[in-house]
Design a binder for this molecule. Structure first.
Ligand code: THU
Length: 157
């Protein structure tokens, strides 16, 4: 028997401490969150993905009266990127949210498990780490990769 330790290192920063490319991506995610369609949960999530060619693709959660038919912000963004910019590598991802009062929670919002799995596919396609910014009003978490958000991911069958 042996013990395997899985370590995730998260850097916590505030907006002013971000680099200019990071700030732009956070701004894009915040803008996207404001455009979410969330009349049922009233939780508005925005995701922004910087591609290798400089394109910024955004997505927001889209809910539906038939609840499971809706989709998360991260998946709307990464599938849009995959469909419209096939083969262009992901460079960085930012995610944020607005609550029912359209206020950004103090602490960062993290992607659900299914979105982590979906995003991981594109990190694998990129062939390198894709840093992730999880954005809150008072703290922003910088993770080195999607994989660090989903250790022991499903990768093959
Ligand atoms: N949501 C996302 O957009 N991303 C996530 O990673 C988790 C949850 C959305 C789905 C639903 O519209 C609302 O937030 C409440 O769960």
């Amino acid at each position: 028997m042996k013990e395997i330790e899985i370590v995730t290192t998260v850097i916590s920063l505030n907006y002013e401490e971000l680099g200019s490319e990071e700030k732009c991506l956070v701004d894009a995610a915040r803008k996207a969150a404001a455009g979410a369609y969330a009349p049922y949960s009233h939780f508005h999530v925005g995701a922004a993905i910087l591609l290798d060619d400089g394109t910024v693709v955004t997505g927001a959660n889209q809910e539906n009266a038939a609840y499971p038919s809706g989709t998360c912000a991260e998946r709307s963004a990464c599938y849009y990127a995959g469909a419209n910019y096939p083969g262009v590598k992901f460079k960085m991802i930012a995610v944020t949210a607005l609550d029912k009062d359209m206020k950004e929670p103090s602490l960062p919002t993290a992607p659900c498990g299914a979105c982590r799995q979906a995003l991981l596919e594109y990190e694998t396609l990129a062939g390198r780490n894709v840093p992730v910014l999880l954005v809150g009003a008072d703290q922003i978490y910088r993770l080195p990769s999607v994989k660090s958000l989903l250790p022991l991911a499903f990768t093959s069958f």
